[in-house]
Design a protein. Structure first.
Length: 511
């Protein structure tokens, strides 16, 4: 009987999709990434067998010419000295750009600028160093004239230094202004190489970033977004308003794009065992040093293709871990693209998450979106994932059979036809999506009706628990705190399984 009902749901959803969609241009202004093979450079460590292996695999599946694979005999550690970077990586790479006519450089007395470059993207393979440590002697040469407030730090991520490879300035202390910041143009900027690393806690995780990216570009990325607002401005200072504003903007972008959004607005992070389900495709939050809650649980997995970042100064201090900081754990939990920092970046000089998401949703590649959103170069940022990954590309075709509820919801939102989704379509993911959408619009009666419908139609206890939490949040948003707590307590008495019961206890304390 359940199989027949499931088939009926799919048939109704597919009929809806057929009537109002077809091939959707979700993204405007972007370029399809299959044109970028010739303009992508692949960097690997000749001293790490898996690095060579991954470079060969990536170049094959992305149709990158063999001549664009560049190996270095460099340290196998994540950290490298400034002198080793200059001697073993920067100078040989600059020489290759000159010999192969990959760029046209204009020199001046202080540094250099690029008029034109044939190379736009750079993929750094697993096994390459991650960050460059401070050099006290080089630091004495002077600070960058472009950023005056924090100009005495010469440490940086390897990636961010390669991004401004053409600069070749002796003044390495401090950050350099990124002329590609806030751009609306695809394909990069001659003075900003679009660098991202295909990396992770181990080789298998790194390779998965490639496979997942390509798979999702064919199927589309469908599921829920998760936003964890810090809400700490009153307790810790006005600086927290900036990060929270970025996250609020992200949530608004998702809503417009037809992506359901789950919010956590408590000052503490999402508690452990929170029933996120298996459909989280976007996660952005802050602020703790190490992965917590569901992200510290090896059982939790993002949906294939997910993009994630947790704002913290040292979120990517190391990637060779599944527990410490955030970048490694997020990759280990299945994320396909992750943003992070290797050293203290200062909030305004790190990647602006709202700009990043705006470009990503507009169909730009992961690397384009990340560097458009990053105000400075020669600094602390790392982008982990396939630089060519394009999860919201412009030629996605809607097909029946998988993620139908999310597809119907997105199409309805983009066509302003949410009211056409008949009550007869009892797909629980669709009903949950509608409830989350209506709750943001403060239509609490409509939201609760949809949540109750989703609760009846979900079969998995974890999904039912999540719906009860949505209902409690709806009551709390209306100022009905006692009713919210009552919903959670009643479900806790019926839901004896650990650790979900512990999650409910934590939520009751928060409420």
């Amino acid at each position: 009987m359940s199989g027949l009902l499931s088939q009926m749901r799919r048939t109704l959803i597919f009929l809806f999709l057929f009537l109002i969609s077809g091939t959707l241009n979700f993204a405007e202004g972007s370029e399809l990434n299959d044109q970028y093979g010739d303009s992508t450079l692949v960097l690997y460590n000749q001293n790490v067998a898996d690095s060579r292996k991954l470079a060969a695999y990536y170049s094959k599946v992305r149709n990158i010419p063999f001549a664009n694979l560049v190996g270095f005999k460099c340290p196998t550690t994540e950290i490298i000295s400034r002198s080793d970077y200059d001697t073993l990586i920067m100078n040989p790479l600059r020489e290759l750009f000159e010999v192969n006519d990959w760029w046209e450089i204009v020199e001046d007395s202080e540094s250099s600028n690029t008029k034109n470059t044939k190379i736009k993207f750079v993929a750094i393979m697993y096994g390459m160093p991650l960050k460059i440590k401070s050099d006290p002697e080089r630091k004495k040469i002077g600070a960058s004239p472009t950023i005056t407030s924090h100009g005495n730090n010469d440490a940086a991520s390897l990636d961010s230094e390669i991004a401004c490879l053409s600069r070749n300035s002796l003044k390495i202390s401090g950050a350099a202004t990124n002329s590609y910041f806030r751009s609306t143009d695809a394909g990069g900027n001659p003075n900003c190489l679009l660098v991202s690393r295909i990396d992770g806690p181990d080789y298998n995780n790194a390779k998965r970033l490639i496979d997942d990216a390509i798979a999702v570009e064919n199927s589309g990325l469908w599921g829920n977004a998760l936003i964890d607002i810090a809400n700490l401005a009153e307790a810790k200072g006005a600086a927290y308003k900036t990060g929270d504003k970025w996250l609020e903007n992200c949530g608004e972008f998702y809503k417009r794009a037809g992506i359901p959004v789950i919010y956590d607005r408590f000052s503490s992070l999402i508690p452990g065992a929170y029933p996120l389900g298996e459909d989280i495709i976007l996660y952005f939050g802050w602020y703790s040093q190490n992965a917590q809650g569901p992200f510290a649980d090896s059982k939790f997995k993002f949906k294939k293709g997910a993009i994630a970042a947790h704002i913290h100064s040292y979120s990517a201090s190391t990637i060779r871990t599944t527990l410490k900081h955030w970048a490694g754990p997020l990759v280990a939990r299945g994320a396909c693209a992750v943003l992070g920092n290797v050293y203290e970046p200062f909030l305004q000089m790190t990647t602006h998450l709202d700009i990043f998401n705006a470009r990503l949703l507009a169909g730009f590649t992961f690397a384009e979106s990340a560097w458009i959103a990053t105000p400075v170069l020669s600094w602390m940022q790392v982008m982990i994932g396939d630089p060519l990954y394009q999860p919201f590309k412009s030629n996605i075709k809607i097909s029946e059979g998988i993620d139908d509820g999310y597809k119907a919801f997105k199409v309805a939102v983009l066509n302003n036809q949410l009211d056409l989704l008949s009550d007869s379509i009892k797909d629980p993911s669709l009903m949950e999506s509608i409830g989350l959408h209506l709750m943001i619009d403060k239509d609490y009666q409509g939201a609760e009706k949809s949540f109750n419908g989703a609760f009846k139609n979900y079969d998995i206890p974890e999904d039912k628990l999540r719906i009860k939490i949505h209902l409690a949040n709806s009551k709390r948003n209306q100022g009905k705190r006692k009713e919210a707590i009552k919903i959670l307590r009643e479900f806790r008495s019926a839901f004896k399984e650990e650790p979900a019961a512990e999650a409910l206890n934590n939520l009751i304390k928060q409420f």
